[in-house]
Design a binder for this molecule. Structure first.
Ligand code: HEC
Ligand code: HEC
Ligand code: HEC
Ligand code: HEC
Length: 278
């Protein structure tokens, strides 16, 4: 009985110890690191990881390293730079970012929930076949990753919206597509209706052409329209003195099929309807 009581007293005394003295409540990151940005949050709030252990590998699990952590600072110039790059490089002609953009590929805001920052970095540096290689340096890539992580934070919870791209059931139909035959040797296209088409790299990737997110490359700063594309195909040199692309002559029926392949959110099908879309 006496022994039991003294054990209980010891236990009670342990429970009454001030919280800070219990190892489980200390920020174990501070065993190895000095604090910084303390006024703006705590270590795991900005870097993730596990602050309940003194073992580095466990403490660093899922860690956001310094160069990808800038999005946690308010008004970070690196995030601003990343957003500028997203704009200039027109990522939105394929991806949704800040709820704007074509749904041809993953919504960038949803990405960081399933993929780590380094994997995002790597997939922009070494992109999949249908995504252009922008040949960016490490600083530009890190800025883009920070802009994507920052957007993930502010997007909040919600069901991820899937890309709208449909894929050919059989390769044969893809080969018959007018884009594949007439443009595919020099261009690539991620199309909403038929998935990835073409395999050329001589000309630019045309995904999202004629949508508001494609860069305004027609005569410097003008957006592309159906009519302008038609003129361009008749003779690119009339539009750009030193264009390398040669004229491509298409029967009107093929041009309509081309529009139905290239355009996004196009719910019209007859020749007249297609030609009337600006
Ligand atoms: C046992 C010691 C130890 C603990 C505990 C520890 N770290 Fe580290 N940390 C290191 C060492 C050593 C490095 C440098 C080598 C490396 O990157 O692994 C480092 C590097 C880092 C880096 C920089 C990586 C980069 O390249 O930018 C960050 C950020 C970091 N730690 C955050 C944390 C956070 C947050 C915690 C707590 C959740 C933590 N660390 C806990 C030892 C530790
Ligand atoms: C408000 C967000 C924030 C908090 C809180 C924060 N960090 Fe950082 N950390 C960053 C950012 C951003 C960087 C990138 C360089 C910079 O701006 O300081 C960074 C960089 C680092 C680095 C890389 C080396 C360096 O100084 O560049 C280490 C290590 C690190 N943090 C550890 C920690 C630890 C440990 C804590 C908790 C004591 C912590 N950080 C708290 C945002 C934060
Ligand atoms: C021509 C279309 C296109 C453009 C432009 C484009 N991407 Fe992509 N991107 C893709 C495709 C296709 C994939 C792979 C499939 C998917 O993720 O939907 C992809 C994948 C990614 C991934 C990896 C996604 C994952 O699931 O792991 C990241 C990150 C990414 N893109 C970022 C960017 C950024 C940043 C830009 C602008 C600098 C950009 N992309 C421009 C088409 C494009
Ligand atoms: C033999 C190669 C070749 C073929 C075939 C070809 N193009 Fe091009 N295209 C190019 C090249 C090279 C450029 C780059 C601009 C230039 O001409 O200097 C280009 C540029 C373009 C541009 C301008 C894009 C921009 O943002 O500046 C459009 C639009 C375009 N092509 C559409 C098409 C379409 C549609 C087809 C098929 C009907 C097609 N091209 C067939 C080589 C080709």
């Amino acid at each position: 009985m006496g022994i039991c009581r003294s054990i209980l007293i010891v236990l009670a005394a342990l429970l009454l110890l001030p919280g800070s003295a219990l190892p489980a409540q200390r920020n174990a990151c501070l065993i190895c690191h000095r604090p910084h940005h303390a006024e703006q949050g705590n270590c795991v709030g900005c870097h993730r990881g596990n602050d309940r252990t003194n073992r580095r590998e466990i403490a660093h699990h899922d860690l956001i390293v310094g160069r990808f952590a800038h999005f946690t600072l308010k008004g970070s110039p690196i995030v601003v730079r990343g957003k500028e790059l997203l704009e200039v490089l027109a990522c939105r002609r394929c991806h949704v970012y800040e709820k704007k953009g074509n749904r041809l590929a993953t919504d960038l805001a949803m990405l960081a929930r399933s993929v780590g920052p380094q994997a995002i970095f790597d997939s922009i540096r070494s992109p999949v076949l249908l995504m252009p290689n922008f040949h960016l340096d490490d600083g530009q890539l890190a800025a883009l990753v920070n802009a994507i992580l920052g957007e993930t934070e502010s997007a909040g919870a919600g069901a991820p919206e899937t890309a709208r791209v449909v894929h050919f059931e059989a390769g044969k139909r893809a080969e018959e597509n007018v884009f594949v035959k007439q443009c595919g040797p020099c261009h690539k296209l991620l199309s909403e209706r038929f998935g990835g088409l073409g395999n050329g790299d001589i000309g630019p990737n045309l995904s999202g052409l004629l949508s508001e997110y494609y860069p305004n490359t027609y005569r410097d700063t003008e957006p592309w329209t159906t009519g302008k594309l038609m003129k361009w195909l008749e003779n690119p040199r009339n539009m750009r003195a030193n264009a390398r692309m040669k004229p491509v002559r298409l029967a009107i029926g093929d041009f309509v099929l081309l529009m139905q392949t290239i355009r996004i959110n196009l719910e019209v099908y007859t020749e007249k309807e297609v030609m009337n879309v600006p």
